[in-house]
Design a protein around this ligand. Structure first.
Ligand code: IMP
Length: 181
């Protein structure tokens, strides 16, 4: 089965998690146009619909984002753009002086089975750190605290608790059940 993304960090994590479930995922490194929507679910569904017109095999994509409570869910669906522009330093500046540091990562997976799209989601709650810490992972990992360590300090442990792990666990469990039917 193909996993479509241009983000190497995402692919690395997805293939590693898939291995725990005994599933082999093939990387189709492709950039696709993401529609501007207010919900990750919509972005994932519409993107999968567009890709399904071109790719005939089964595939899945995953759209994710960081949602900060004190910033009313920002950067949310704009996470990729915000990371590229203001980055982790910019987020820490926006959070300067704010005591409510609660935030979560959410991932929405859209699977095209050749006929229709199936949607799954996973979420992990944590906090925004007050400084950049750690060198692992990608994106906002160095500022996302989970049990006192940032995702960037957790190494492979991240893959046991992350939003990506949670969404893939739901997807692979569903896939195994529907194959057994
Ligand atoms: P998209 O799903 O390609 O729209 O990108 C989501 C953006 O959210 C990424 O570019 C990262 O900046 C951020 N993001 C998503 N998942 C993670 C993660 O596991 N760690 C750190 N940043 C993430």
């Amino acid at each position: 089965m193909y996993f479509i993304t241009s983000n190497e960090g995402k692919f690395r994590e997805v293939s590693r998690i898939a291995k725990y479930f005994g599933i082999e995922v093939e990387w189709l490194r492709m950039d696709y146009l993401e529609p501007q929507c207010s919900e990750l679910e919509e972005v994932a569904r519409i993107s999968a619909e567009i890709i399904s017109k071109k790719i005939k095999e089964n595939f899945f994509i995953e759209d994710s984002g960081l949602f900060i409570e004190a910033l009313k869910g920002f950067p949310g669906v704009y996470s990729s753009y915000i990371f590229k522009t203001i980055g982790n330093e910019g987020i820490l500046k926006l959070m300067d002086g704010i005591t409510n540091r609660r935030a979560y990562f959410k991932a929405v997976l859209a699977y095209w089975d050749g006929k229709e799209i199936h949607i799954f989601e996973g979420k992990v709650e944590g906090e925004i750190a007050t400084e950049i810490r750690g060198s692992g992972g990608f994106g906002f990992d160095p500022i996302f605290l989970y049990n006192k360590k940032t995702f960037a300090e957790m190494g492979d442990e991240k893959n046991e608790v992350s939003h990506r792990r949670r969404v893939l666990e739901k997807f692979f469990t569903w896939l195994q059940k529907s194959r057994d039917l």
